[in-house]
Design a protein around this ligand. Structure first.
Ligand code: CA
Length: 231
């Protein structure tokens, strides 16, 4: 495994002790630093104090659920979130809601799949900083993207995007009007190509449209998405 992952901190939020323990054991074996909590409020507290690079976050938790944990943690500081769900239809529901997780994994899953997803998530966060030679500011209609500060303004008002929404927007904005397939976006932004991932792309496109206006991203049916200049 790459040495850059070696000291990354992962906060595991899972109320089933056996599952929590196997996730922690596997991630530690892969070289990650881990901390485990078993309920939602402890997760929010630990996220502030431990400052993890990523969260492995179960949806169904005692106290506050994984959705609320995700909202509260992301409001304080953007962090990569891999959400664990009980069923595929639960994943569909959460993707539809656009809860702000970066990826989803349905139980039961293999530890190999879990570590692959975590590794992809962290690689993406690591390369999110723009190269020095690239132009920092991008403008698409009334939307302005500052890649150095990772901020987005629409008609001068600041818009809060999750880390993944920001990366997806930048990916589309650097080549406006070019059609990107969902598989291509999945590979470039998420760094893996699991079956559930295609729906994750759709959910993040929906979130961007909700925050930046319906006109900004065009759906090319049967092909993918392209960024448009909104009127
Ligand atoms: Ca649970």
């Amino acid at each position: 495994m790459p040495s850059s992952d070696a000291r990354r901190r992962i906060l595991i939020v899972e109320d089933e002790p056996t599952i929590a323990a196997s996730i922690a054991a596997r991630l530690r074996a892969e070289g990650y630093d881990t901390r485990t909590v078993h309920d939602g409020l402890a997760a929010v507290e630990a996220a502030g104090e431990y400052r993890p690079d990523a969260l492995v976050l179960d949806v169904m938790l005692p106290g506050i659920d994984g959705l609320e944990v995700c909202r509260r943690v992301q409001a304080a500081r953007p962090v990569a979130v891999l959400m664990l769900t009980a069923r595929d239809d639960e994943t569909d529901m959460l993707v539809g809601l656009g809860v702000g997780a970066d990826d989803y994994l349905t139980k039961p899953f293999s530890m190999r799949e879990l570590t692959a997803r975590i590794s992809a998530l962290l690689r993406r966060v690591a390369r999110a900083a723009p190269a020095p030679e690239t132009q920092s500011a991008l403008r698409i209609g009334e939307v302005e993207i500052d890649r150095t500060e990772r901020r987005v303004r629409r008609d001068t008002a600041e818009v809060h995007l999750t880390a993944t929404e920001f990366d997806l927007l930048v990916r589309l904005a650097t080549r406006p009007r070019v059609v990107h397939t969902r598989e291509q976006l999945l590979g470039e932004v998420w760094g893996h190509s699991a079956a559930a991932g295609i729906r994750t792309v759709d959910s993040h496109v929906r979130a961007l449209r909700r925050k930046l206006g319906d006109g900004i991203i065009r759906t090319v049916h049967g092909v993918g998405y392209a960024l448009e200049s909104p009127r």
